[in-house]
Design a protein around this ligand. Structure first.
Ligand code: NAD
Length: 417
């Protein structure tokens, strides 16, 4: 089966929501395409003196509700369509949690593990120089995504500020604390996944305490989600990363697994595991809650038929293909969509940007409290739309809320003829 094109998945999701909205096809069509996409080639000197070239993208999907906002990904699988899809998901993510941003996304086609720190710094600074005319505190505010973090954000901020001869910490979020970052940002994505899991179990009248959980992907999003869901009393019985999956029916010490991965680079080989298996097996385990937290298209139509979890909370962006989504809906599996369940990252990025603009630092307690309020409000808006509009699943309900807000912003500004 050919792999789903994530950009087509996004367009299908917007179309599905359109069926429950009083919005014309012409308006919906406009909302399915990015406003612009930068495609550039970076030429960078390697440690051995040779020049290597890298393809890089930045898609600015929609800016009607505020500056474009979204991460920068370093991965060999980055494509123009993937970046476009991810930028569109950001529009509807910032909208469903009602923060004043549009959506954008960027990426470099690169396997960062093959480059030295110095090479990565030169590559990142070259990308920042290309991005400079397009980004800014009130224009487009990038952030981390897969394989990028505080280090890369600090380099981009420094390059931008140097070239612009200014201080503009709000040009990028996900920075280190000492470079203008926010308390709570590193854990924010996984924290929203935990809030989403807590809320959906409550909504379904089920106990998260004692529930069994499998987490695919043990990076920033997955490991924090696992830790915080573990803290809610659930048993995280399986976790995985690109090296494979590990299982312990009694539940893992999620922090110890993270320490082990930090030391060795992978979760496999962890001595508390009773068995190791493949990622496919993890996704079809008989657990109460499945948290996909790796990359998009992890579950396709065939795999979806074998998913045994009752609830899926998407920490990753686009982990289910639309066909897989349909199968899970038919089979009565409840899915809390990515645009809500991983929106903590962009929400605390927004808090970081607010703090940068105010030149004022919030406490971690305040950040976490405000995040909880944003995610639970968005969850309630989504479940209200699900019940009021009778959407087949929560994803369509979330898009109904989010698309309507973008349309209202257009309408309110008189953008439509
Ligand atoms: P990361 O690089 O920190 O972690 C990714 C993890 O997935 C790694 O442990 C990697 O080994 C694992 N992985 C890769 N391929 C895999 C496979 N085939 N099977 C199992 N595991 C695999 O990245 P991250 O920041 O945690 O992002 C993960 C997902 O969450 C992405 O979809 C990203 O877009 C999304 N997300 C991240 C943030 C954030 O703030 N970090 C915010 C919103 C959404």
């Amino acid at each position: 089966m050919p792999e789903a094109n994530p950009f087509e998945s996004l367009q299908e999701q917007i179309g599905d929501a359109g069926e429950f909205l009083d919005v014309g096809d012409d308006v919906l069509e406009r909302l399915k395409h990015p406003e612009r996409v930068l495609e550039t080639t970076l030429s960078v000197e390697m440690d051995d003196g040779t020049i290597e070239t890298f393809k890089a993208f930045r898609s600015q999907f929609n800016g009607d509700r505020g500056p474009y906002k979204g991460g920068i990904r370093y991965h060999p699988g980055v494509t123009r369509d993937e970046v476009k899809a991810l930028s569109g998901w950001m529009v509807y993510k910032t909208s469903v949690v009602d923060i004043p941003y549009g959506g954008g996304k960027g990426g470099i086609v690169i396997d960062p593990s093959e480059y030295s720190e110095g090479e990565l710094e030169r590559i990142t600074r070259a990308f920042a120089a290309e991005l400079r005319p397009f980004i800014g505190e009130d224009k487009d505010v990038p952030a981390p995504d897969v394989n990028t973090g505080q280090r890369e954000m600090n380099w981009i901020k420094d390059t931008y500020e140097t070239l612009e001869n200014t201080t503009a910490p709000g040009v990028i979020t996900g920075k280190a604390l000492e470079n203008g970052g926010s308390e709570g940002r590193v854990e924010a994505t996984g924290r929203s996944t935990m809030f989403a899991a807590r809320e959906i179990f409550d909504y379904l009248d089920r106990d998260l305490e004692g529930a069994t959980v499998a987490v695919q992907g043990y990076g920033n999003a997955g490991s924090v989600a696992a830790k915080l869901i573990d803290d809610q009393g659930a048993d995280v019985v399986a976790v995985s990363d690109s090296s494979g999956a590990i299982h312990n029916p009694d539940g893992f010490d999620t922090r110890a697994v993270k320490d082990f991965k930090n030391e060795t680079g992978s979760v496999t080989g962890y001595d508390e595991a009773t068995e190791e298996f493949s990622n496919g097996d993890l996704l079809t385990m008989d657990v109460d809650l499945l948290v996909p937290a790796a990359l998009e298209n992890a579950v396709d139509e065939d795999l979806a038929r074998d998913v045994e979890a009752d609830v899926v909370v998407e920490a990753a962006n686009g982990p289910l293909t639309p066909d897989a989504d349909d199968v899970l809906t038919e089979r009565g599996v409840t899915v809390v969509p990515d645009i809500l369940a991983n929106a903590g990252g962009v929400t605390v990025s927004y808090f970081e940007w607010v703090q940068n603009r105010q030149r004022f630092q919030w406490t971690e307690e305040r950040v976490n409290e405000e995040l909880e309020a944003v995610i639970t409000d968005a969850f309630d808006a989504m479940t209200d739309a699900h019940e009021d509009a009778g959407t087949p699943n929560l994803r369509t309900a979330a898009y109904v809320v989010a698309v309507q807000r973008v349309v209202d912003a257009y309408d309110g500004s008189g953008s439509w003829p």
